[in-house]
Design a binder for this molecule. Sequence first.
Ligand code: FAD
Ligand code: EPU
Length: 342
Amino acid sequence: MNSDCKPLANYPLRERNTLGFEVIAQWALPITQAEQIPQAITWAKNAGLPHRILGGGSNVVLPARLHGLTLLMDIDFIEVLENHAAKTRLRVGAGANWHDFVRWTLDQNYRGLENLALIPGTVGAAPIQNIGAYGVEVKEYIDAVEAYDCQTNQWVSLSKTDCQFSYRHSIFKDEPNRFVITAVIFDLPKVWQPRVSYADLANHFDNRAIETIAAQEVFDAVCAIRTQKLPDPKVIGNVGSFFQNPVISNQQLRSLKAQFPQIVSYPESTTHSKLAAGWLIDQCGFKGMQTGNVGVHDKQALVLTHRGGGNVGELLGLAGQIQKRVKETFGVDLIPEPIFFN
Ligand code: FAD
Ligand code: EPU
């Protein structure tokens, strides 16, 4: 095995999970080049160990000891494949920092990703849950995903359709650890219009004529709104929203509205609606609650926090209480958003 493919034993991941849990990986390998991956996967298979894939650790809940080989995705590059009157086509390494990439696109005057500013983590993880914020989902701008398929031991390119994107979901969640994403291809059309209909952005721009709003202003507004609401993981451990916004039938929504006229919902399709889970949790009185080392953020009830010294068990205890109370009060199931490694 080459020296750049030699896994490191007992690797600390405290700085690589935004919950800030004390975690030791049995084996870890920084991946800076795609070529390392087949050898690393073979090494794990030969050792009879599972492998896992870690980006920035901003959407994972990790145990104190992570069994097997953890690939630390650090492949970092941005390549302009095409840039002409119709669109800009970019190929970006999986380990590139998402927010830095978004900022870079705007510096080049490539518009489209500004609503997704300040989402922590890496470019390679963006397709996993089809990251979304402020009225935009990343699937709109992804054309293809390059990956190593650990099942067939082949390099693959998955089209947007292959990825089966939907709200906080993709094929990568159905088949965890099968595809090690190495790069993402983005198409940013030159025809552009600001997307500011999401309530917080609409309030911010307060009826300004749409044609006067620049992409950089949307980027700045999103950063400002997020900074007010969401805890900075460098200060307070968290993984953003701990639960997905539940999707329910319009029929169920009608009966909930009869009982709770203020309930916050958004149309999801012709038959289904999405509920604001933060509102449900807030109504149950959890906002700002602290129990032991974990708690519920005081400005956004959908965000669970860890202030140090806690562990998965404590966090799951709180999450379970919230799920139980929301189910009793509204009859709605809350599904966790982050991925749990065991
Ligand atoms: P990780 O947490 O490291 O991994 C997440 C999952 O992706 C794991 O299953 C991992 O195995 C897999 N994975 C990672 N990299 C690869 C790869 N290269 N190949 C294959 N699999 C891979 N999310 C939103 O959608 N919208 C938001 O507005 C948002 N806001 C957030 C705010 C805060 C403060 C925080 C802490 C999180 C927020 N998130 C949000 C969640 C998170 O930032 C995203 O899910 C992000 O894409 C995770 O990136 P990561 O690199 O940290 O992934
Ligand atoms: N609300 C409350 N109380 C709260 C929190 C929210 O009443 O404590 C209400 C708000 O007043 C608002 C509604 O719920 O009417 C929605 O709140 P917000 O705009 O903050 O968005 P969210 O639905 O809670 C989702 C995403 C976020 C994303 C924002 C902005 C999910 C699970 N979460 O949150 O994504 O940044 O919208 O688009 O879809 C993440 O996935 O980690 C994440 C942070």
